[in-house]
Design a protein. Structure first.
Length: 199
């Protein structure tokens, strides 16, 4: 899975030179991925990182326009995000991805692409289907429960929970601010961002 696609790219030297990494938020629609990502990002920027956001919905608008929601199209979308994340990681970016990314195999492919050039930090933003449906202001879960939307992740399409993510944040027990603080603490622990220095 971690084979180098291009041997001449010298991933070890790239990693030392650039110091980039990818922070990958996965979880059900409504779990809080994007909100937490946009709390973490500005703090990374403040600590000197070059931050790039790859949000699943935004990528669909620009990079993956025309893709539907079949398994094949979802896989293609996630693989495109993974490929772009790998390029940005190689250039030293702190890449913040927020995408449902429901299938374990496709997340593993994204990890393999990124890890040629830098660390891949998977954060499972955990919340139950019932809780995500309760938060859903657009009523998409209600439509899915009623059969009006087909292939909705967590309802009639699977979400394969990560088995060994770098971090799990349960947004049913944590506020989004607390979850963001845990993410930053994990990045500090991994040596990817400098620790906060008290004024």
């Amino acid at each position: 899975m971690n084979e180098h696609i291009h041997a001449h790219e010298h991933p070890e030297s790239d990693r030392v030179r650039g110091g980039g990494f990818t922070l990958w938020f996965t979880g059900l629609s409504g779990s809080g991925k994007s909100t937490i990502a946009h709390l973490v990002g500005p703090e990374l920027d403040r600590r000197g990182c070059i931050v790039e956001y790859l949000d699943g919905d935004t990528v669909r608008t620009h990079l993956s326009k025309g893709l539907g929601f079949s398994k094949e199209d979802r896989d293609t979308n996630i693989e495109r995000i993974g490929w772009v994340a790998s390029r940005l990681t190689r250039q030293g970016g702190a890449v913040v991805c927020a995408a449902i990314s429901p299938y374990a195999e496709t997340r593993a492919k994204a990890r393999a692409m990124v890890e040629q050039f830098g660390p891949f930090v998977e954060v499972y933003v955990k919340a139950s289907v019932d809780e995500c449906a309760r938060r859903d202001v657009n009523g998409l879960y209600a439509k899915a429960f009623a059969g009006e939307i087909k292939g909705f992740t967590g309802v009639d399409d699977p979400y394969e929970e990560p088995t060994s993510p770098e971090l799990v944040v349960d947004t049913e027990t944590l506020t989004e601010e607390e979850a963001a603080a845990l993410v930053l603490a994990k990045l500090e622990e991994l040596g990817l961002v400098p620790a906060e220095v008290a004024a």
